[in-house]
Write a protein that binds this ligand. Sequence first.
Ligand code: ZN
Length: 222
Amino acid sequence: MPKFAAGVVKFQKEVFPEKKELFERLAKGQAPEALFITCSDSRIETGLITQTDPGELFICRNAGNIVPPHDTHTGAMTASIEFAVAALKVPHIVICGHTHCGAMKGALNLGALDSMPHVRDWLSHTRAAVEIVEEIGAEMSDAERLQALTEHNVLIQLNHLRTHPAVAKALALGRVQLHGWVYDIEDGEVLAYDDAQKLFLPVSERYAAEVAKYVQQAHCAA
Ligand SMILES: [Zn+2]
């Protein structure tokens, strides 16, 4: 039996009974706090990083945490974004890139992807970010260029996200907030884009006031 199948048995015997009330409540419906768009990379565990339970994040994953700009063609991302924003009315949307991303490495070297035409075509949605890094990255090391691309890709995908009608409407009515994050696999750091300063800051700094308020509420509730 593969390890992940044995894991299901362990979940049913040991984990599910402990959280039975949560799952019974979730069977009645979902009201996630965020649409969380991240890479398919196996090294990203969204529940672990954000310490959230089932029901709290509506998750869309694909290679490179890409959001194609809106057009009339219906795709998985288009439909999922529309559902999360128009039906579930998520108050937050996070696009979370990550370090050592294979998709970002591929985007820097599209010529090497001739044997994977779908990957190559998909990564064309990162083109603006690649061109930015080609412009600003002449003096950068390979690692710095990859980090710069990862960050600019998140910002470009946020721009694409704003072209989706449900998102544009929710933004205009002040019903949704957008967030650009980059998760560092090696040290657990999560950077978040600060619109005012135009740079990525640690989440602990970017959301210092919100985190302090949440910790205080949790303390009072305990
Ligand atoms: Zn990735």
